[in-house]
Design a protein around this ligand. Sequence first.
Ligand code: IVH
Length: 694
Amino acid sequence: MNTKPVTELTPNEAAAELEYIATEMAKSDIAYYQQDNPYLTDAEYDSLKKRNEEIEARFPELIRTDSPSKKIGAPLQSGFKKVTHRFPMLSLADVFSIEEAEEFVQGVKRFLNSAADITFMAEPKIDGLSFSARYEKGRFVQGATRGDGVVGEEITENLKTIRNFPQQLNGDYPEILEIRGEVYMKKSDFFALNEKYEAEGKKTFANPRNAAAGSLRQLDAKITAERNLSIFAYTWGEVSERKWDSQADFFNHLKAWGFPINEHNRLCPTLKDIDENFQHLMEIRADLDYDIDGVVYKVNDIKLQERLGFLTRTPRWAVAHKFPAEQAITKIENIRIQVGRTGALTPVADLEPINVGGVIVSHATLHNEDEIKRKDIRIGDSVIIQRAGDVIPQIVQVLLDKRPNDSQEFIFPTTCPICGAHAIREEDEAIRRCTGGLSCPAQAKERIIHFVSKEGFDIAGLGSSIIEDFYNDGILRTPADIFSIERRNTSDDLFAAQQSSVLHLEQREGWGKKSVENLFKAINAKRKISLPRFIYALGIRQVGAATARLLAQNYGTFEHFMTEMKAKETGALVTIDGIGASMATDMVEFFQEEHNLKIIEQLLQEITVEEYHDDSRSDSPLSGKTVVFTGTLEKMTRSEAKALAQKLGAKVAGSVSSKTDYVIVGADAGSKATKAAELGIKILSENDFAQLVG
Ligand code: IVH
């Protein structure tokens, strides 16, 4: 480690040292978490960490994407076999207050058009890691982690070491049965483990959840066995035959098969029960021997669950009601600006690190300049911070009576701290944006990172630190460059022309022939891409994965989408349910920018964007049709009808136009029905619609 005071470091020295620290600490993490064999002493580790923070505070523009200050918990391990879940392991939407929980309940009732109360199963939300366990003829055959919900890691041997995990089922079970639940570490086991580690001079775990994660994801199941883990079961995945018709009934089956289930699961027939149960769990929370971070509500009746169905990643029939955020008091050491993919300047507070509910927090978001003014946040202030779940910690309040005399007001920059371009705030906008576009390194890098992200091109071999390095060396400047790297790498002239000092990839530190080949393989595998992924990857402001899918569904081909956007034809856009006027403006603006068009042109020379068609729905009579609902439906609610039509491949529009195929007319329909008649569009009654969709 360099002994020079941080204040005397040159930017070059600082960058080199940050790189050194990141590498050393990553090595140490791997040794610690994965090999259980610490490589640095705690004191060495802590002093590296501190030095890293000091350098980053002085050179915020040099903060690495792989900086140890950004890491929490155990790093991803390679070496596990992958398991593709037969049914994705979904997550739950969160609500944070009784009012929001009630809104969720009302939403369910509205969707089902039910005036009567609906019974919910309320289950403590166990703060551990979810698992899936597959049983064939009652014998446990395969275990997996959730992973990204679609593909997890195989942990069969690890699960077998857990004492209350059944390997052979009792009673009457379906031939194929996949049970899902939570692996956790009891608080008592966690304290015992940490005590032992402390005595042995090993690094301790921050909280039971981290301990459970670090213990379960061990390539060597012997290590898992040494760390007491436990499970609770709470739902199912694939089953050959479902013999239960409610969540309550399912719990009875789980018990009979031999699974541990939580003793505080409660049926709640009314909202009052839901509220009381929540208060009760908050009160007993501290006395439980396991951490819970909220309550999960599930519609008890499975027929109703099926009617409610799913949104993209979460069921409509369940929600997680989180306990209020945990708070702590700490000090603001610095305020700095981060520049995102769309140029947004986001102020971030560097905090004196503090433990908030088991997690060390050293940064908080300040959102935007108005927020800093509104809360009168200054460097040097003592503040109350809070964190809830996985969201970025927030500053709740400044403790004015503790304000030091030398506290400094933060002057929000009007130029981009990364590229120096003007940073402009449009009227009515809270956010100031860098106008540098892709000539701003921060924006350009973030755009490439977004381009290869999971929901975009999903190129796992191109992590953010590699992108950062390649960008800085001029190897990658735009997403289109990704697909020409291999050509440029093999041609001396082309590659050298980028920047004279740049080496061929295989000569770079940390790279070799094999890893370069793997990278090219990963890139080449993505030369054919689905339309929704491509649209998402472009990084148009406000266009997330769900919107990208809607657009793909509506336009069918990229050419069609681009032509309309270039011609500023937004008529079709605003009739798509879920797309508003401001989104439409962002899309049009994106396609007016010369540099965006140039990148797209280059990309299209390298890759093929597939036409959109949804195989599962292509035989449906509604596939590709545009439908409009109007009036009151009787057999199902409007939301239910809309969801059904979308599921069958229809686009649901909000208004009637010449592009509408069907208008479904309920009772008391108004002007939309008249307009449909005028335009000669096919009108369906609710019964016609029901028949059409079977
Ligand atoms: S049900 C489709 N029940 O919470 C529903 N999840 O945010 C799938 N969790 O990934 C989950 N306790 O790890 C369910 N009683 C419970 C739970 C629970 C904890 C976790 C689980 C899941 C996450 C969802």
